[in-house]
Design a protein around this ligand. Structure first.
Ligand SMILES: [Zn+2]
Ligand SMILES: [Zn+2]
Length: 139
């Protein structure tokens, strides 16, 4: 799970300048469960960080993703979403409200390696489920 401290340490190591806006982006991602898009983070922070640009959100997120501190999800074809939880888990997107929820894996990563002789080890996996969330089904 991404923390502000881990993020700062990594960005410093990667040679990135630690600015107030970058710290605000890290704070916004820390403990976040709703898989925000770059636009969402930008909208949330713009008020408090007038100097923030969407390009800074993208560049900071891609640095963090390169260091495996966050996960970049392509579950929504219209926009990328960020996940500070880098433990293997699946995702569900409601086709109506577009909210993205965590879904636990129902199988072991190692099972994929067993299936063919070609794969030595599986380190990560991505599973996307699509459907209706309980709230949208009721409405
Ligand atoms: Zn929904
Ligand atoms: Zn997630």
């Amino acid at each position: 799970m991404l923390t502000v401290d881990k993020g700062i340490q990594y960005l410093q190591g990667a040679g990135a300048k630690i600015t107030a806006t970058r710290i605000a982006i890290l704070k916004s991602l820390e403990n976040r469960r709703d898989h925000p898009s770059a636009e969402r983070i930008f909208m949330d922070l713009k008020l408090f960080c007038p100097s923030l640009s969407i390009a800074t959100v993208y560049s900071t997120a891609s640095l963090l993703a390169r260091g495996s501190l966050i996960r970049v999800l392509s579950i929504d074809e219209k926009k990328v979403c960020y996940d500070p939880n880098t433990e293997p888990h699946g995702h569900f997107m409601c086709r109506k409200c577009k909210r993205v929820f965590d879904v636990p894996f129902r199988f072991e990563l190692g099972a994929a390696a067993d299936a063919s002789g070609e794969i030595a080890s599986v380190e990560d996996a991505e599973i996307f489920y699509y459907g209706l969330c309980a709230r949208c089904e009721r409405s």
